[in-house]
Design a protein around this ligand. Structure first.
Ligand SMILES: Cc1cc2nc3c(=O)[nH]c(=O)nc-3n(C[C@H](O)[C@H](O)[C@H](O)COP(=O)(O)OP(=O)(O)OC[C@H]3O[C@@H](n4cnc5c(N)ncnc54)[C@H](O)[C@@H]3O)c2cc1C
Length: 192
């Protein structure tokens, strides 16, 4: 399968980031930390959230598989595939907010876990789950893999610490998902 000229042209008009379709880039992105190797269809490196939304929307329109990627430190081949790779690790790297009172952080998906922990340490806080790859792993990948580490018994897994996520749906729209009404009468947790 190849990316069609129509798709590339339409994405090019709406995408501020880098679009790499050369053989060298495809080979670079054909591996992660697993034993597998699969050449992707291409690599899109979004600069903004709008870039991500445009890529997802147009991929759905042209029926192109997509694969978000952080640092590619996955051990089971999660970060490779015959798809358009969406590399969130290059530009989407901002820690938008750390709120020490309410003990949460708002980050873009490409933030490296160790960088978040360094910033949070100023307030005596840490993310908790500590994969051994923390110096490379991005928050998007940590959450995508539900990573944990040596202190999992004490701090749990990444999913236990995810309060909300801004999710790009297949039509390119943005949806905010999070737990609401934790103490509803039925005792069940509700999601919006
Ligand atoms: C030396 C080494 C040590 C490791 N130690 C541990 C450990 O102790 N504990 C542990 O749990 N794991 C460990 N891992 C595995 C891996 O590093 C972690 O799972 C890490 O969380 C992956 O982060 P990443 O940024 O490399 O993600 P990637 O490998 O790039 O992606 C991981 C998954 O998340 C998805 N993803 C990435 N970004 C997004 C996004 N923005 N939106 C939606 N989905 C996204 C990808 O599609 C993929 O499915 C280790 C790996 C290595 C190489």
């Amino acid at each position: 399968m190849n990316l069609s000229r129509e798709f590339i042209a339409e994405l090019g008009k709406r995408f501020a980031g880098d679009l790499r379709l050369d053989v060298a880039s495809k080979i670079l992105y054909s591996t992660d930390a697993s034993m597998y190797q699969i050449e992707p269809l291409g690599v899109a490196i979004p600069k903004t959230q709008e870039d991500l939304q445009a890529a997802v929307e147009l991929a759905a329109k042209y029926k192109i598989p997509i694969l978000p990627r952080g640092s590619g430190s996955s051990l089971g081949g999660q970060a490779i595939g015959e798809a358009l790779i969406l590399d969130c690790s290059r530009y989407l790297t901002s820690i938008l907010e750390i709120n020490p009172e309410e003990k949460y952080a708002l980050v873009e998906p490409g933030v490296i876990l160790t960088d978040l922990n360094r910033a949070a340490a100023k307030y005596g806080l840490t993310f908790g789950p500590d994969p051994a790859s923390a110096e490379r792993a991005t928050m998007g990948g940590v959450i995508g893999n539900n990573a944990t580490g040596a202190h999992s018994i004490l701090y749990g897994m990444s999913a236990d610490h995810l309060l909300e996520a801004a999710v790009v749906l297949s039509d390119g729209s943005l949806s905010q998902w999070g737990m609401v009404n934790r103490n509803s009468e039925s005792g069940s947790e509700k999601w919006r």
